[in-house]
Ligand binder design. Structure first.
Ligand code: URA
Length: 244
């Protein structure tokens, strides 16, 4: 059983708040009867109508996008900048697809998009500690002591004390005076990687997310996307089953 406003939102009728307004306004019928109680529970078997139009459940969609830099991880932007939704084919642009978490405008890489609000809520809940791996090109040579500082955890503002799950040195590029690190996080504070690098006195040159849980960018070119496979969706649900 689900709350009526949630079912309406999942059917892409309106946002949950707007759906509540519709219910209160007497526009929603369940099995032919007007329901004005918020939180009224419905099941798969119930017939729901809005303004006497029966609703059909929206097809749930799950995409893995390889985001280029220069795109916002939002659905719209009041300044008219490009968003990740602009990268989708037209047929997917009206289905209330939302990014699962965010990547900065200047960050590239793996971003999930879905209209499954329940999965998004779970994946972004810190208790589930979903792993996110980033490749970070740092300006300058990061010595071992500084890498250990990162490993032991650093303070960022705002955000407080953050400790990555793993930090690996991939490459020291002496000629270009840069360092390539892999950083795996299980949390997702705003601009966390950039702030962590700044906290040890360095700056990020390039940032790319290369893994989300067990999903990677394999076979997905920058700027393109693919649908998740059923077993991948099930695995994401499986990894968010039990709250720690
Ligand atoms: N950390 C950042 O600093 N930026 C991102 O986009 C993701 C993680």
């Amino acid at each position: 059983m689900e709350r009526l406003q949630k079912v309406l939102a999942q059917a892409n009728i309106a946002s949950r708040r707007k759906a509540e307004e519709m219910i209160l306004a007497g526009r929603v019928k369940v099995n032919g009867e007007v329901i004005t109680t918020l939180g009224y529970k419905v099941s798969e078997k119930d017939t729901i109508a809005v303004d006497n139009q029966p609703i059909t459940k929206a097809q749930l969609k799950y995409f893995l996008l390889n985001k280029p830099t220069g795109y916002l991880s939002t659905v719209t932007d009041d300044k008219g900048r490009r968003t990740v939704i602009d990268l989708l084919d037209e047929e997917h642009q009206d289905t209330r697809l939302y990014p699962v978490g965010r990547l900065d405008y200047d960050t590239a890489g793996l971003l999930l998009l879905t209209n499954d609000g329940e999965l998004t809520k779970r994946l972004t809940h810190p208790a589930y500690e979903i792993e996110k791996e980033y490749l970070v090109r740092v300006d300058g040579i990061v010595i071992r002591r500084k890498i250990n500082e990162l490993r032991n955890g650093v303070k960022i503002v705002p955000g407080g004390f953050v400790k990555p799950k793993e930090v690996r040195l991939i490459e020291l590029h002496k000629a270009h005076q840069s360092t390539l690190l892999s950083i795996t996080l299980t949390e997702g504070k705003n601009k966390q990687v950039r702030k962590m690098i700044e906290s040890i006195g360095f700056k990020v040159k390039n940032l790319t997310r290369i893994r989300y849980d067990e999903l990677t960018l394999d076979g997905v070119e920058r700027g393109t996307y693919r649908s998740l496979k059923i077993h991948e969706i099930k695995r994401l649900y499986g990894h968010t089953k039990q709250k720690k």
